[in-house]
Write a new protein. Structure first.
Length: 140
């Protein structure tokens, strides 16, 4: 799933959907790539609970119907990934806010590395985002 275009976008790809007797059957693993003009970030393995994706999808539906409000998608560890789609007070467009963080280790030292920011998208992107979000829940 891609949100945005050219110089500002977020790409979320399903990497693995755990199923069967796994204790993590209610999670989807995704990779997230973010580009905000000159700043970029990539995280190859983020877990998101099915219930969180379902809540995000419900929020997208309400946003599409009313044009107002917001919906949030957080990873299992909300410090790793957060995506917010919200109505704009300045136009009919929607604002996309993103936070992507991870730890980088060098020997015993760890540093949090992150990218955060946002951009604006047109309302006609919501149906594709809704459809792509539903595909995250499908077991392959």
């Amino acid at each position: 799933m891609q949100i945005g275009m050219d110089e500002e976008f977020i790409v979320i790809d399903k990497t693995e959907c755990l199923s069967g007797n796994s204790p993590h059957v209610d999670e989807v693993d995704v990779s997230v790539r973010v580009k905000l003009k000159e700043f970029t970030g990539n995280y190859l393995s983020i877990s998101i609970l099915h219930a969180e994706i379902e809540r995000f999808i419900d929020g997208l539906k309400k946003l599409g119907e009313s044009g107002r409000g917001k919906t949030v998608l957080n990873s299992f560890n909300p410090k790793e990934f957060s995506l917010t789609i919200r109505s704009s007070v300045f136009s009919d467009n929607f604002m996309v806010d993103i936070v992507l963080s991870r730890y980088q280790y060098t020997g015993p030292v760890e540093w949090e590395t992150s990218i955060s920011g946002g951009f604006e998208v047109a309302p006609d992107c919501l149906p594709a985002l809704f459809s792509a979000s539903k595909k995250l829940l499908r077991i392959q």
